[in-house]
Design a protein around this ligand. Structure first.
Ligand code: GLN
Length: 220
């Protein structure tokens, strides 16, 4: 690594690069001020402040995680308090369990991911995030966000520790449990930076009031 890279002040955020939208996530991370790095081996996680598990095909990604022996290292990375964002297939892998063609999951967020539950006939659509429910103040930060669904999972049977950050047609599409964030749509498609900004805010809490003032009571 060059001296210039060593001095790069941006937080380093990994993108699991087994399959999926790796490039688009890297661009989105750069857009919110992170330095993206691809992750394919345990040692790639060293020193990262956060990690994205992209969408793609969870069966394929799960096979890659087995082959690369990454299940335990990824779990340890999240359990050490690092921020992790899983989108679409990545959200399936974060879940407690996956149904409708189960795959081995990481069990980092207390929900069941129902694979392809948005339908296989209509493979792809976009919709806008609902106005927040009165008891879900944080959801206001994501109101009107355009969400692209591609054979998306439903985020179902949420445990008490799971907070809903955005819904579409009443169903949770962006949720968090501590610093583990699951998103059923593809935030890297389109130009709305809010989900990547949320991850970065977890990596560097002091940036949250600047990038997402609506999410911080009393800020902005
Ligand atoms: N349907 C895929 C799965 O079950 C997810 C699709 C996606 O990531 N866009 O793994």
């Amino acid at each position: 690594m060059s001296g210039a890279m060593e001095r790069d002040p941006r937080p380093r955020v990994g993108v699991l690069a087994i399959q999926g939208d790796v490039e688009a996530h890297a661009r989105a991370l750069e857009g919110v001020g992170a330095r993206p790095e691809t992750v394919l081996r345990e040692k790639d996680l060293d020193g990262l402040a956060g990690l994205v598990l992209p969408g793609g095909e969870s069966t394929t990604i799960a096979m890659g995680l087995e082959r690369l022996r990454l299940y335990e290292p990824l779990r340890a990375f999240a359990e050490a308090g690092n921020a992790v964002l899983g989108t679409c297939a990545g959200a399936i892998l974060l879940a407690r369990s996956a149904s409708n063609h189960p795959v081995r999951t990481l069990g980092l967020i207390d929900l069941e991911a129902r694979r392809n539950a948005y339908g296989t006939q209509v493979d792809s659509f976009s919709a806008f995030a609902d106005p927040p429910e009165p008891e879900e103040a944080a959801a206001g930060a994501f109101e009107g966000m355009r969400c692209v669904f591609i054979r998306a999972p439903r985020l179902a049977d949420l445990g008490a520790a799971v907070e809903v950050l955005a819904r579409v047609d009443g169903a949770p599409v962006l949720v968090r449990q501590g610093r583990v964030i699951a998103c059923s749509f593809h935030p890297e498609l389109g130009d709305d930076p809010r989900v990547h900004a949320l991850l970065l805010a977890e990596v560097l809490p002091e940036v949250l009031p600047k990038v997402l003032p609506e999410a911080v009571p009393g800020a902005g």
